[in-house]
Design a protein around this ligand. Sequence first.
Ligand code: KG4
Ligand code: ZN
Length: 330
Amino acid sequence: MAVVRDGVHVESNVIASQTDLHARYGGVVPEQASRAHLRAILPTLEEALSEAATDWSDVDAIAVTHGPGLAGALLVGVNVAKGLAFALKKPLLGVNHLEGHVYANWLETNPGDEEPTFPLVALIVSGGHSDLVLSDGHGRYRRLGRTRDDAAGEAFDKVARLLGLGFPGGPAIEREAAHGDPTAFKFPRARLEPDSWDFSFSGLKTAVRHQVQALGIDPEHATPDERRAKLPIADLSASFQAAVVDVLATKAAAAAQTFGATRLALGGGVAANRTLLHTVEERAQLPVLCPPPRLCTDNAAMIAAAGYFRFSAGERSDLRLDVEPGLPIA
Ligand code: KG4
Ligand code: ZN
């Protein structure tokens, strides 16, 4: 839960992290996730209001994620938001989670930063999605490409598990990669057809798995300690990360060029990866936007920002707003 003023100023942004819970199970268990949501939501609301030193009378509208995502977790948020909107007679706005990741780029920009402008190409890379999107105005999207199999963040998480690193995998791999050689192993880059903006990461994941096996580790049964003791973790991490980053950065930069974008915006948990940002900046011929890492990973401020622009355009959701677990951005 977050309080955002004018779509850009973060007054509070409280994250009830489930990382410890998920780490215990090595990933997200849907039933656990929705129960944790339910436990956390009211205290989180209170905390966000008090941190922003405000109360409901000062709130103009309530934005909530209604998809995509896990149905159980979405239901908790949508029902609480509907209840509040009804009881407090406030406008309600259903926001697409992926759109939220794009709007994190409007938050907390510093003087001298490039402002977001349209048309922009956005690379949205998270645990569930890898979308390349063209936007020619607020709330207007055309999806150019998507992953055909694993999302980029999912690949990080699965490879981290193969290497005996913890959950979430992205930050763990980035840390290891910092002191590894990205050319130590030659992992494949799936370029797909020349006219496609889609991604594919399952072949890369399989290649890492075969490499791990060739290095004497049973990918099914080895303990995390055995993996970390036997494998060149830093070199494997750096080489894997280089392969993911190479494909993402090349395609995003090329799409921005091809579609005449004025900005290339990054978003989603994987955009917290500094090697990705620096590589995109090297390859793109236009200003690159990327939120600070804590606004790349899931947070409520980005949903409020997206909701603000929809609210300003006169849009309202009605109280029949429902969860849409498979909602695409376009
Ligand atoms: O957007 P997000 O917080 O949640 C979803 O909407 O899925 O993204 C989470 C994903 C995870 O797969 C996590 O491993 C990845 O983002 N991630 C990273 C980094 N930080 C988080 N991947 C690479 N490098 C990072 N520094
Ligand atoms: Zn996300």
